[in-house]
Design a protein around this ligand. Structure first.
Ligand SMILES: *Cc1c(COP(=O)(O)O)cnc(C)c1O
Length: 471
C-alpha cells in the first residue's frame, strides 16, 4: 500500500471516529434494532475476492452503525460501563497502529514499562501496597480469575502441594467462602479453576447486599484448620454497597484465609478521601480485582489484578519456554508472567493515558461527581409518589421501583410496571439503562460512571424516566 493510501485511510477512519464521538451528546442512546437487520447489513456470502481498504471501511461503518450502543455518551446508565476519556481513546488508536505484542518485554519494551508505571500510579492512588504485583487483563472477570489462581497456588503450597504441576487430583481441599451477593464472575472464576461454583459456602447478605460479618464467623469456625479462600466485594453491581471489609479482614487473618476483593468499580472509591471509609481495611487483603474500562473510563478491554504476594501471582500464571529470554538482565518485566494470556494487546498504553490525563485530582473528581449524579437521580425520582428508591445511594448506583400511577397496585403489578417503564425508557433513545431483580423485587438500575455525564444530563434523564413512568 502506498504512503498516501495509508494516510488517507487512517484519516478517514479518524474522521468517522470523530463524527461518532461528536454525535454522542445528541444521538439516540440505544434504540433496539432487529438482529436480522444487522445480519443483513453486515452479512452476505463469503467474499470470494478482496476489497480495497477504503471500501471495507465504508461497508463496516454503513453496516455496523445502527447496532452501535452509545455507551460512551453522557446519558448511558446501563450495567456499569463508563465512557472513554479522549486521551485514552487517542492512545488506543496508536496502540492499534503500533501493534505491539505486549506479552514480552523483548517485543514491546515501552508497553511493559507503561504498564509498570501505570500500575504503580494506580496502587499509590488507591492506597494498595506498593509491593503488590499487577497484571493488565481484559476485564474484572480475568482479574478475578488471576487473583483466585494466585490464591489457589498459595493455599496449596502451604499444604505442600504443587497445584501447577500436579493439578487438583488428590490435592487438599480448599474451602471457598463467598457472599450471597458475589458477582457472577467470581463463580465463573471458581468454575474455571476447578474449585467449583456449587461447593462454595455462601454467607447471607443484609438488605443492602453486604456480606454479613456475623454470619461469616460460624462458617469460618466450621472450617478451622482448612485452607480457606474468602471472596469479598467492594461495590455491589446493583446497590453499590460494600461488604464490611475491615471485619472480614480481621476474621480472615485469624483464620489464616486468603482474602480476595472484587472491586470492579468500587475499588476506585478508595481514591476519594470522602468515600475511602467505605472500603476501610481493604489494603489488608491478599488480592484485588478491578476494571479500568469501567470507572477509570479507559476503552475496552481493560482490567487489573493486584496481588500482595507476587511470588504466588507469578507462579500461578507464568509460562516456561526455552525460547523466552530474560529481558534486560532480569531488570525488566515480562507482562505475560502476570496474566492468563501470552501474546496480547498493549492495553496498558490507554490506562497510562487515562491516568496521565486525569491525575489524582481528576480521578477523585470523576468518582465523586458520579456519586453526586446517582444521589441526584435518587432525589429527583424518589420525591414522586409511588416511586421508591430501594438502596442507600452510597456510590454510583441507584435502584428505583415504580408503582402504576393511581396507586392500589400489589407487588406483582409494581414489578410489571417497573419492567415496562425500563422498556419505555430504552425505546425513548433519550438515555439507556436496564432492569434487575433486587432481593426479589423488579427494579430499574441506574449506574453512573461516564466522565462526560453533566448535571443537565441527569435532570434531562430523570425527566424522561418520569415521563416513561407516566408522571
Ligand atoms: C463488572 C463486574 C465484574 C466483571 O467485570 P468485567 O470487566 O465485565 O469482566 C466483576 N465484578 C463486579 C462487581 C462487576 O461490577
Amino acid at each position: 500500500m502506498s504512503e498516501s493510501t495509508i494516510r488517507s485511510l487512517l484519516a478517514s477512519a479518524a474522521a468517522h471516529a470523530a463524527d461518532y464521538v461528536e454525535s454522542l451528546p445528541e444521538r439516540p442512546v440505544g434504540l433496539p434494532v432487529p438482529v436480522e437487520d444487522l445480519r443483513r447489513a453486515l452479512g452476505g456470502p463469503l467474499p470470494e475476492s478482496g476489497s480495497p481498504p477504503e471500501a471495507v471501511l465504508d461497508q463496516l461503518v454503513g453496516g455496523a452503525s445502527r447496532g452501535i450502543m452509545a455507551s460512551s455518551g453522557p446519558r448511558f446508565f446501563g450495567f456499569v460501563v463508563g465512557g472513554t476519556l479522549p486521551a485514552a481513546l487517542a492512545a488506543d488508536f496508536l496502540t492499534t497502529a503500533w501493534d505491539q505484542n505486549a506479552g514480552l518485554y523483548t517485543l514491546a519494551s515501552s508497553a511493559s514499562v507503561a504498564e509498570e508505571v501505570a500500575g504503580q500510579w494506580i496502587k499509590e492512588l488507591l492506597g494498595l501496597p506498593a509491593t503488590a504485583s499487577v497484571g493488565f487483563v481484559t476485564g474484572c472477570q480475568a482479574a478475578n480469575f488471576s487473583a483466585l489462581a494466585s490464591a489457589r497456588h498459595a493455599l496449596l503450597e502451604r499444604e505442600g502441594w504443587d497445584v501447577e504441576g500436579r493439578g487438583l487430583y488428590g490435592a487438599p481441599e480448599i474451602a471457598v467462602v463467598v457472599g450471597e451477593e458475589a458477582h457472577v464472575t467470581i463463580h465463573t472464576a471458581l468454575q474455571m479453576l476447578g474449585l467449583g461454583h456449587d461447593r462454595v459456602h455462601r454467607v447471607p447478605a443484609d438488605g443492602q447486599g453486604r456480606l454479613r460479618a456475623d454470619a461469616l464467623r460460624p462458617i469460618l469456625a466450621g472450617l478451622r484448620g482448612r485452607p480457606t479462600l474468602i471472596c469479598a466485594q467492594a461495590g455491589n453491581v446493583n446497590s453499590g454497597s460494600f461488604d464490611p471489609i475491615a471485619e472480614i479482614a480481621t476474621q480472615a487473618k485469624s483464620h489464616g484465609a486468603w482474602l480476595h476483593i472484587d472491586g470492579a468499580f468500587g475499588l476506585w472509591a478508595a481514591a476519594s478521601p470522602k468515600l475511602r471509609s467505605l472500603l476501610a481495611g481493604f489494603e489488608l487483603a491478599d488480592s484485588w480485582a478491578t476494571d479500568a474500562h469501567k470507572w477509570l473510563n479507559a476503552p475496552y478491554d481493560s482490567g487489573l489484578v493486584f496481588c500482595a504476594h507476587p511470588g504466588a501471582h507469578r507462579a500461578a500464571l507464568t509460562a516456561h519456554a526455552a525460547y523466552i529470554e530474560r529481558p534486560d538482565d532480569g531488570r525488566a518485566r515480562d507482562p505475560f508472567e502476570w496474566t492468563p494470556e501470552f501474546s496480547r494487546r498493549a492495553r496498558g498504553f490507554a490506562v497510562w493515558a487515562a491516568m496521565r490525563s486525569l491525575g489524582r485530582a481528576g480521578v477523585v473528581d470523576l468518582v465523586e461527581r458520579s456519586v453526586a449524579h446517582a444521589q441526584r437521580f435518587a432525589e429527583l425520582l424518589g420525591a414522586r409518589p409511588g416511586v421508591a428508591v430501594l438502596n442507600e445511594v452510597v456510590l454510583n448506583q441507584t435502584l428505583v421501583r415504580f408503582a402504576p400511577p393511581g396507586g392500589g397496585a400489589d407487588d406483582v403489578a409494581i414489578d410489571a410496571f417497573t419492567r415496562a417503564t425500563v422498556t419505555r425508557v430504552q425505546e425513548s433513545g433519550e438515555l439507556w439503562l436496564s432492569g434487575t431483580n433486587w432481593q426479589g423485587k423488579a427494579a430499574m438500575r441506574i449506574s453512573v460512571s461516564g466522565w462526560s455525564t453533566a448535571p443537565a444530563d441527569v435532570e434531562r434523564s430523570a425527566a424522561a424516566i418520569l415521563r416513561a413512568a407516566g408522571r
